[in-house]
Design a protein around this ligand. Structure first.
Ligand code: NZQ
Ligand code: ZN
Length: 384
């Protein structure tokens, strides 16, 4: 196992009716900015519950944060935070709203051009405090320090990480996910699944705790994901998916093990250029990447196939083939197609995506840093 230092400061408040805790969780006397997206929280009753919890606070709201939140929109929110001397941010929504609020938290108090935080590794030395209400289990952003922001004019989707933007608390009430459309339920399951894979499907470092946590999360998502589509009113299914998605990217399973993240980096370019949902891009890239990197990932692919997909052929090449095809079939069963062509994207996209990867410096991806531009090209060609 590799060395590590781990702290996750986010308090998770989980379960039915837990929005009732909100007023107590926000530091007393805070001047609060409620941030949300396109209005789903107004249709499922979450907005009304939040507004009632905020009755004892001085608060304002900022709405319209887009899926794949835009830099331009978030900079308007950052201006508002500065002008109004807001000292607590309350994002209520999915990954886009929470990621957006994290960027606002850093940008509002950043001394220079806040674009540097995303584009030039500008150091985040300070951030406005935040706590969140999660409505879409997928990204793990509710208890991590990551944020992904898209700049639409230059078609760049970039991220930053800072310990200063971990939410102070995250309220996870599975009942708020009943209103999710099937596409977003499926996206969430696929995203969480790929988060686990990015931290698991690398090479062995004799870390059985991390491996078995990861395998347990994958098995849970494989078991519960289809049920969330076929039994959408089942509370326990929603609860298990919500907790699995948080555990998939709260940092725990990635401690002391190598990590990949190439599927995400290549996927982000597909969203930036073609606007696909984040999880759709992962479903396209991952099966192709597993095929391309099958030699480097051989031992873990065999372990994944045997322990998670319960395959037991003697022929190891066949076992790896089946591991990849089971993964692809799972995404397809969740209703997330796995090829660029399924989204109407033609083969000439490969050159355009390569230009973006190069411009964004994605030259040495993967756990070995061996996914060069040429290898990324081969992955994308396998995903056509
Ligand atoms: O905007 P509203 O009206 O709220 O609607 C949203 C949006 O249209 C809707 N929605 C959310 N909760 C709902 C709901 N609709 C009905 N009922 C509910 N309870 O769902 C749509 C998608 O929301 P979005 O927040 O965009 O989805 P998701 O949570 O998948 O977040 C995706 C973003 O997170 C980033 C992605 O790149 C993408 O920008 N990621 C963030 C990560 C992190 N911070 O650690 C890691 C991930 O790998 C990912 O990159
Ligand atoms: Zn993701």
């Amino acid at each position: 196992m590799l060395n590590f230092s781990y702290q996750n400061p986010t308090r998770i408040v989980f379960g039915k009716d837990q929005l009732s805790q909100l007023a107590k969780l926000i530091p007393a006397g805070s001047k609060v900015l409620l941030l949300y997206g396109g209005g789903s929280i107004k249709h499922n009753g979450v907005y009304d519950q939040v507004v009632s919890a905020l009755s004892g606070f001085d608060w304002q709201e900022f709405s319209g944060i887009e899926p794949n939140p835009s830099f331009e929109t978030l900079m308007r929110a950052a201006d508002l935070v500065r002008e109004q001397k807001i000292d607590f941010l309350l994002p209520v929504g999915g990954g886009s709203v929470i990621d957006g609020a994290k960027f606002v938290a850093a940008a509002a108090v950043y001394p220079g051009d806040a674009w540097d935080i995303l584009a030039n590794r500008g150091k985040v030395a300070n951030a406005v405090a935040l706590g969140c209400v999660l409505t879409l289990p997928a990204t793990g952003t509710e208890s991590n320090g990551n944020s992904v922001v898209t700049r639409y004019d230059t078609q760049q989707k970039l991220s930053f990480s800072s310990p200063l933007v971990y939410p102070l608390f995250a309220i996870l009430d599975p009942t708020v996910t009943f209103s999710l459309p099937p596409r977003q339920v499926a996206n969430g399951v696929v995203d969480a699944f790929v988060h686990v894979i990015e931290q698991y499907l690398t090479y062995p470092v004799n870390a059985p705790v991390q491996d078995r946590f990861a395998e347990g999360l994958l098995q849970t998502l494989i078991e519960q994901g289809p049920k969330a589509l076929s039994q959408p009113d089942d509370y326990d299914v929603r609860a298990n998916i919500m907790w699995a998605a948080t555990m998939a990217l709260n940092g725990l399973i990635g401690q002391g093990v190598p990590q990949d993240w190439a599927t995400h980096m290549i996927g982000h370019e597909i969203t930036a250029l073609y606007g696909l949902d984040h999880a759709q891009t992962l479903a396209i890239v991952l099966p192709a990447l597993m095929q391309q990197q099958r030699a480097q990932k051989r031992e873990k692919l065999l372990q994944f196939g045997r322990r998670v997909w319960q395959l037991n052929h003697q022929d190891e090449e066949r076992l790896i083939d089946d591991t990849i095809s089971h993964t692809r079939t799972f995404f397809e069963q969740m209703g997330v197609p796995t090829r660029l062509a399924d989204y109407g994207i033609a083969a000439d996209a490969v050159d355009k995506l390569m230009a973006k990867l190069e411009a964004n410096g994605m030259l040495k991806l993967g756990e070995h840093g061996d996914i060069s531009l040429e290898i990324s090209r081969q992955i994308l060609q396998k995903a056509v």
